[in-house]
Design a protein around this ligand. Structure first.
Ligand SMILES: *Cc1c(COP(=O)(O)O)cnc(C)c1O
Length: 447
């Protein structure tokens, strides 16, 4: 029988009637044989090794099977070392998270007291209540989903007022006007790009009958500076229209009671859930994986009536999170309540003292070799569309040249950045347990 792969053994680029690459007497290797040969080197299920072998043989280059299999493996979701200094790196999954869970069933939708069916939202609502003072809360898949849900529920197709300075685009195509259109809300713009006053909202409330809500959107990833004005939630709440505040980043409480000492200065202008609700917002929305430091999720917190209406809306079913997300978010919220934010990687990174970072940087640089790695001062940033302009002093290890491709090629991949023509690895975003990996990767990359 003619081997199936013989078709692919022809050099296609040479056009029709091309000569086989090897004398016809020499058979191409079988897909199975090539795939078996890969098994020792590439940790992939047999079916994917077979695919790599088939492609390599079809391309007339059986020797490339190993590289193809390796490429396929590296397209999988893999842990990486974040040495970029961007704490919430969107391309690296925003807030880092520890996840360990053996197989088990959960009381996801069962009340263990009565044995009756209950809501998957009940578990976390009490924690969000305790942390923010909200009457109730609901968790969906992400921040965008939270905004879409609450706008759909509250607007009911009626007008919603937004400042022209808050019609923002957050990374990944989240545009406030588009989310509003999708929710069925009629967008009523007020004010100007740099200045919107309470009177502008008041005038719009009077002009449009049936205004459903005022939406405040945090300008998460940019700032307007100079001649500016915006209306505080406390004053808007007096206009007798529900105020919805899309906070974005998920700072739970401006008092930051989970940290020792006073709130860090870099959080000073960040709106927080507790204070926004206290100021009279009917509901706030925020992400689980920005400053909250948890898994990807979106949280709606606020008045009981708003949350109940959200829970009853068909979108809530479409946007509901699974048990893994709820479980991970629960861990993070409990850590806040225990004031044990050292178990939340984001806060551990954000508050790591400089002398400790310097000590670790020297450890890494020493093991790479003093002639090839140097300890340098640098700055970390929040990232993830949060706290633009924030620069947290940090310490890194710099090495000559652009080592980024080699570092990404290490196992696990190390993602670094360039600074002054050198490769910089910022220790603030590297887990201390990963220092050894970083040192080994740097040592190998510089060779
Ligand atoms: C980040 C952000 C969102 C989107 O949240 P995701 O969790 O990324 O979906 C919405 N609104 C604001 C103000 C944000 O900062």
């Amino acid at each position: 029988m003619r081997p199936l792969q013989a078709v692919g053994w022809i050099n296609m680029s040479a056009g029709s009637g091309a000569e086989p690459l090897r004398p016809p007497t020499q058979r191409p290797p079988s897909v199975d044989a090539v795939a078996r040969g890969l098994a020792a080197d590439v940790d992939l299920p047999q079916a994917l090794l077979v695919e790599a072998a088939r492609e390599a043989i079809a391309a007339g280059d059986p020797a490339s099977a190993g590289q193809r299999a390796e490429n396929s493996r590296r397209r999988l979701l893999l842990p990486v070392v974040n040495a970029t200094g961007v704490l919430l790196h969107t391309n690296l999954g925003r807030a880092p998270l520890a996840v360990h869970q053996d197989a088990t069933a959960w009381n996801l939708e069962m009340d263990l007291e009565s044995g009756e069916r209950s809501s998957r939202q009940a578990h976390l609502a009490q924690l969000v209540q305790a942390l923010t003072g909200a009457e109730d809360a609901l968790v969906v898949n992400n921040g965008a989903g939270a905004v879409l849900l609450v706008l759909s529920v509250v607007s009911g197709g009626r007008p919603v007022i937004v400042s022209r300075g808050e019609l923002v685009e957050i990374g990944g195509e989240f545009r406030v006007p588009e989310i509003m259109a999708l929710s069925g809300a009629q967008l009523v713009e007020v004010g100007t790009t740099n200045r919107t006053r309470v009177a502008d909202y008041q005038e719009a409330v009077q002009r449009h009958s049936e205004v459903a809500a005022i939406l405040k959107v945090h300008q998460s990833n940019y700032r307007i500076v100079g001649f500016t004005a915006s209306a505080p939630v406390r004053q808007l709440a007096e206009l007798r229209v529900p105020v919805l505040a899309d906070l974005g980043s998920g700072l739970l409480d401006a008092g930051v009671p989970w940290l020792e000492g006073p709130p860090p200065a870099w959080l000073a202008s960040e709106p927080a859930a507790r204070q926004t609700l206290e100021a009279g917002a009917a509901a706030v929305t925020f992400s689980g994986d920005k400053l909250l430091g948890g898994p990807q999720a979106g949280i709606v917190a606020g008045r009981r009536s708003v949350i109940a209406a959200c829970a009853a809306h068909p979108l809530a079913r479409a946007l509901r999170p699974g048990v893994m997300v709820l479980g991970a978010l629960q861990e993070v919220l409990l850590a806040y309540l225990r004031r044990d934010v050292r178990s939340v990687p984001f806060w551990r990174m954000a508050t790591a003292p400089l002398d400790r970072l310097e000590e670790r940087a020297h450890g890494v640089a020493d093991s790479v070799g003093p002639s090839r790695a140097e300890v340098v001062d640098c700055v970390s940033v929040a990232g993830g569309g949060s706290l633009p302009g924030l620069e947290l002093p940090s310490v890194g290890v710099a090495a000559a040249g652009d080592l980024r491709p080699a570092l990404r090629g290490w196992e696990p991949s190390v993602v670094a950045r360039m600074q002054d023509g050198r490769t910089l690895c910022d220790l603030r975003t590297v887990e201390p347990a990963q220092d050894k990996v970083l040192a080994a990767a740097l040592a190998a990359a510089g060779r």
